[in-house]
Design a protein around this ligand. Structure first.
Ligand SMILES: [Mn+2]
Length: 354
């Protein structure tokens, strides 16, 4: 079987390079659909001077943070070389040379950094609300189904069913199951078309779909292979309050588990804070063991800063109680998610109380 891998040498020679672009979040749907649609197009395009390059607009090192994608790609036997990542392709140069075309997968409006290429968007395959951009687009398949992979699977079934081997079908089916919560109507994501396509794909993948779904769901939260720095950047946002720079990470394992996993946790947290030039790093821990719980780690440039923030948050009702680890607290009131906690941190730092 021909492996999915980008013909990097071919980029300089191709008459047109079609960058098959996944969305900025680079979620599983956008990466899987880009890989598979790019492969399909390269197979059915009679003009061999045209090259199709599936592209995820994230650094390659961030791929491993999408643990469900890592799992499903591996299970399907698809390597990371199936995708180009940020910086792998000189889009600017291709565009200057008049050899760039874009196919948007799983989004229908380019992010800001790609604005110069608006004029060369040729196709859109997506399931989000149609923003009505780019009137020149030749193929605009935007349908409110549960997953872009449903639309890609349809293209395979319609145009080249012989290309649908176990590998393609598994990547498509796994993504559709995850996006539609196992085709469960109660979750409100699945459409009749997702169900019909999934039935066709099942014929090619001799697997129990419930098991596949459950495994994918579990893998999404399986962070066993991630280092402390990876855990911290997996779900991370940065903010500024006056002269104070702070970052907030959400991590989905308990402090107890994390300490066991990384004996030098304290050093690593401080390294992360310094590496990002932060005055403060707020780590929000959330896990279910057996009931939903939250913990908080405040890593600040001074103990005074972290202590005064903890005081402030407590006044606001978070019910923080110190745990044994430096700067760490159990959070008695689990309702304070990042959405609620961040404005409080912002408020405190802006007031300059620290
Ligand atoms: Mn999607």
């Amino acid at each position: 079987m021909e492996p999915f891998s980008i013909d990097r040498e071919g980029i300089s020679k191709a008459s047109t390079v079609y960058v098959v672009m996944g969305n900025e979040a680079a979620d599983l749907d956008s990466m899987a659909s880009a890989v598979l649609y790019g492969f399909l197009k390269s197979k059915i395009d009679p003009d061999s001077s045209r090259l199709y390059v599936p592209y995820a607009p994230i650094p390659q090192e961030d791929f491993k943070l999408r643990t469900e994608a890592v799992y499903l790609f591996r299970e399907a036997g698809v390597g990371q070389e199936a995708l180009a990542f940020q910086g792998d392709v000189d889009l600017q140069r291709l565009h200057r040379e008049g050899r760039l075309s874009l196919i948007l997968m799983d989004h229908n409006k380019l992010g800001k950094e790609f604005a110069p290429y608006e004029g060369v968007v040729e196709e859109i395959i997506d399931h989000h609300k149609d923003e009505g951009c780019y009137s020149q687009v030749r193929v605009r398949r935007i349908e409110p189904v549960g997953s872009t992979c449903t639309l890609v699977a349809e293209e395979y079934l319609r145009q080249a069913p012989h290309l649908l081997t176990r590998r393609e079908a598994l990547l498509l089916l796994g993504t559709i199951l995850l996006d539609t919560v196992n085709l469960d109507p109660k979750a409100g994501r699945v459409t009749p078309k997702d169900g019909e396509v999934a039935e066709q794909l099942k014929l090619k993948v001799p697997l129990d779909t419930n098991t596949l779904f459950e495994t994918l769901q579990r893998e999404k939260f399986n962070v066993a292979e991630l280092s402390t720095a990876d855990l911290l950047r997996k779900d991370y946002k940065e903010y500024v309050a006056g002269k104070v720079r702070y970052g907030m990470s959400t991590v989905l394992i308990s402090l107890e588990t994390w300490k066991k996993k990384d004996p030098s946790l304290q050093v690593e947290l401080e390294k992360y804070r310094k590496g990002r030039n932060l005055n403060l790093l707020v780590v929000m821990i959330a896990y279910t063991e057996p009931k939903f719980q939250r913990e908080l780690i405040l890593v600040g440039e001074s103990e005074r800063l972290t202590a005064s923030i903890a005081d402030y948050l407590n006044k606001k009702g978070t019910q923080l109680a110190p745990l044994g680890f430096p700067g760490s607290y159990s959070q008695g009131n689990p309702e304070y998610s990042r959405k609620k906690l961040q404005p409080l941190v912002q408020e405190f730092l802006t007031a300059g109380v620290g």
